[in-house]
Ligand binder design. Sequence first.
Ligand SMILES: Cc1cc2nc3c(=O)[nH]c(=O)nc-3n(C[C@H](O)[C@H](O)[C@H](O)COP(=O)(O)OP(=O)(O)OC[C@H]3O[C@@H](n4cnc5c(N)ncnc54)[C@H](O)[C@@H]3O)c2cc1C
Length: 807
Amino acid sequence: MDRVERAGAVVVGGGITGCSVAYHLAKAGVRDVRLVEKGELTSGSTCHAAGLVTQFNPSPTMMRFRRYSIELYRELGVFETVGSLRFASSKEQLMELQRTASRARGIGLDVELVSASEAAKLMPAISTRSLYGAVWVPGDGHLDPHTASHALARAARALGAQVVTGVRVTGIERSVRGSIQAVVTDAGRIETEVVVVAGGIWAPQIAAMAGAQVVSTPVDHQHAALRAVPGHELPGDMPCFRDPDNLVYGKSEAEGVILGGYEPDPVARWIDGVPWEHSGTSLPPDQARFEPLLRGAARRFPFLGEAGIVKLVCHPDAMTPDANPLLGPVPGVRGLYLAAGLSLNGFGGAGGIGRAIAEWITGGETELDLHPYRCWRFGPVHRDHRYAAELAREAYRYYYFLRYPYDADDWGRPRRTGALHTRMQDLGAVFGAKHGWERVDYFEPGRPWRRAGADQRAFGWTRPPYFDLLAEEHSAFRERVGIIDMSSFGKIEVTGPGALPLLERVAGNLIDRPAGSVVYTQLLERDGGIAADVTITRLGEEHFRVVTGAGYVNSDLGWLRLQMKDGDRHVDLRESTEDFSVIGMWGPCARDVLERATNDDVSDEGFPFMQARVIRIGGATALAQRVTYVGELGWELYLEPEWAEQVWDRLMAAGRTSGIRPGGYRVLEGLRMEKGYRYYGTDLTLLDNPLEAGLGFCVRFDKPDFNGRDALLAVRERGIERRLRTLEVGGEDYVPIYGGEAVHRGGEVIGRLRSCGYGFTARRNLAYAYLPIDLKAGGNVEVEVFGQMVPAAITTDAVVQREHVKG
Ligand SMILES: Cc1cc2nc3c(=O)[nH]c(=O)nc-3n(C[C@H](O)[C@H](O)[C@H](O)COP(=O)(O)OP(=O)(O)OC[C@H]3O[C@@H](n4cnc5c(N)ncnc54)[C@H](O)[C@@H]3O)c2cc1C
């Protein structure tokens, strides 16, 4: 390579991800794409992959990534379509497979559930002992990682990309305005405005060269080549298998088997940085750690007990705290993109990821909902390498090991406790975890506090044992008054002369209202898709506070940064989550309680709905916001943390005669769903727009311009084709629905469930689903729940009227 060169884009890393990104960039017409690899191609995790790829995944985006990846590998002639079987070796796993099959159907992937004997016909080598069934995906298969990566690199070269090996990136230069201007290597400098970091386990170090934070941890993964056993030679076209209960996966090779698996106590290494000189060579394997996996495999393939290990491979892959990849532009560093944190899904993910990154770079957006994979979704709490490593290890542990939807993370806790933590403990809290916060799921009054972990494992796919406690919390909020610690709310201060223009541009609702106004709004993409769902309080002429979910604050903050344009007036964006504790109090008696605790006017006239006022409670000053997520009269109180306990105590004392009761986050689901309130990430995503979501009242078309205005006007003009509807699923008895289940009409899948919750006032299992527009309140559908069709009635958005809000 010459000493100074220019490139249209530089891709750092020559594993499967980098090769795919380079190929798709070149294909999208980017000129002079340069892939730079410090070793040979496939000098990282890529060369160790077992090469299995399945389309089966309940996430619509990941399923599409994988489906496209397989198509691409087929086109390149490097994919062996042998099908795959995913076994249920326990009754619980069979139910999980039924649930996942329903969710897969809900997103358009038709998978077949087969019996144990049908599975044995497809794979005669297995024992059917403790086999309860399997999912059969005929289009799945495997590839050779080396061949596939080189095929992509060749295809990239054929389109004009240059692949440079043996050259290490040592620095990334930024302009004074923060934009990428060059990549420095040990062989010279490459001027460029676009860099894609596809550096696998090294990605955090490479991104740090440009001042970006990337959260992933190398976690070891092992697989073994087992010798063929005479009399049990496996055919070359045997389907791939996954046996989650036995923690193993595999495929046939040389009449034996390649067998990998997910150890229950995984090992994270190099958590403070991966040596640059490591070149992807296999690390010393740990046979003792692999033994339980071998035993697991021998339960399904008994003859494997006699098969000797030819070779045991050990190498880490980059695991993120939630086992999802890290994709997209890096806020604040224009021109820097991430395609990293593949979390043992490199071959499944790489094709789709390469295409999405190319779309992002060339068009500024992608056709899929990449919100859950935004590379900036983690926050300052995840800068703690040890904490991030614990999350990554736990995500790995549950790669196969059955994790129930209500199970909470166990490892790395407690990481973040709020000012009200001891109060919550004293009240018998059962804590879940969210974005590092210890957060109350529900209370067990009179019992010692505890941390929830894999609790659902004890009760499985049935009604939770704490159901009646939720009913009691629910009735407090609905009939008297309930109180909740919401300090984990994400808060962002937006200040400066450019604050109002920025927010007005990205929000569907009108932001320019008098100071003290609280606005509920969606933040929109240019195509009208929903990027966030927030409240915005105007605190001054040039000061706004955006309040969002605990898990979304860094995602929303980064997204807002990406919306800033050259020429905008100055805006400061600052996360203020930990500056304020938040107490929520709602219910028909909420005003009586607040009046007893403050001398300020909290009457309906003095303190109208969707307003914020400073009030005093004892010696404390609180910003009270009259908003509601549970559909009852009440307030959120924003306080400096040192006052939180005192204010909590005063409200509890003032509420005693009204029967005040603390509640946790679990009860909010049923409360908000009875009133038709939506939740971001589940009911609202980038692929949904506010008109379909029933949030047209939040879109102010009279604003001259905002993101998505034209797109939404066009939608309004031609009419929406689907609409988020509330369903009552089954009868009064608890139905185990968790979200994602397929919705059927006349034998055809017409949608999937989004939020689910039990409405204790309505005495109904509630769910939301986007349904064809002709299906309205009064209509009927069916929901596929663990293989059974459960009737569901479409009802009005709010099944319990919002009569108390006006107060
Ligand atoms: C044992 C094992 C088995 C697996 N089995 C499967 C499987 O069956 N199916 C599946 O889908 N996935 C599997 N995976 C996961 C998959 O291999 C990875 O997710 C994927 O290979 C990651 O690819 P990558 O390109 O992101 O990273 P890598 O392959 O690690 O590539 C990163 C590249 O960046 C280069 N690099 C780093 N720093 C620099 C620098 N400063 N300058 C230039 N170059 C640099 C490195 O040399 C390396 O080649 C497995 C992983 C392991 C470890």
